[in-house]
Design a protein around this ligand. Structure first.
Ligand code: VGL
Ligand code: ZN
Length: 181
């Protein structure tokens, strides 16, 4: 069975020094770079907000389209990324899930490429990674969450563990990067 890697929001604003930095956000980068070769194809998503989004009533402004904060982390290996999904692009749109991208259909793309297994990693465990995993399950994909290739916002301590539990209860498989052969 063919498998794809979905890299969620590995962007400067979610990494140390960024506008919505999460602890150890940058630590996912070498892990992700190290596993890309094990997949039939690699897809990324980016949070890509307009400057005046309702999203910023809940969050400090971050990942504004076209800014340096919205760029991928500079060390992320971009060569293998064949589809770049942009989400949260409208003023009234949180766009947490990569399946809500407005420039392409992730479901359509995966179906076209006969991908049944989707492995998800990136930022952030408790928002965009979780939303993407839950949508992938709803769309009928065999869905895997790579536990050592994610980092969380953790507004409340333990939000990361709760998110992992929700993804597991929803039917996703929790794997470590070293288990992916
Ligand atoms: C995200 C909070 C706000 C994420 C995006 O990428 O997980 N979190 N916008
Ligand atoms: Zn956002």
């Amino acid at each position: 069975m063919k498998r794809a890697l979905l890299i969620v929001d590995v962007q400067n604003d979610f990494c140390p020094g960024g506008a919505l930095a999460v602890k150890d956000g940058d630590k996912v980068v070498p892990v992700i770079n190290g596993i890309m070769d094990r997949f039939d194809l690699v897809i990324s998503s980016q949070d890509w907000h307009p400057a005046d989004s309702v999203h910023f009533e809940k969050w400090p402004p971050h990942c504004i389209s076209g800014t340096a904060g919205a760029d991928y982390h500079p060390e992320l290996d971009k060569e293998k990324i064949v589809l770049r999904l942009l989400k949260g692009t409208e003023n009234k749109d949180d766009g947490y899930s990569a399946f809500e991208a407005t420039n392409a259909s992730l479901t359509g793309f995966l179906q076209e490429h006969k991908i049944q297994n989707l492995y998800v990693c990136g930022l952030t465990t408790d928002y965009c990674v979780k939303a993407s995993v839950m949508d992938a399950l709803d769309e009928g994909f065999h869905t895997y969450l790579i536990t050592d290739a994610v980092a969380a916002v953790n507004i409340q301590p333990g939000d990361d563990k709760k998110a992992l539990q929700e993804m597991y209860a929803g039917g996703s498989v929790l794997v470590e990067s070293k288990e992916i052969q």
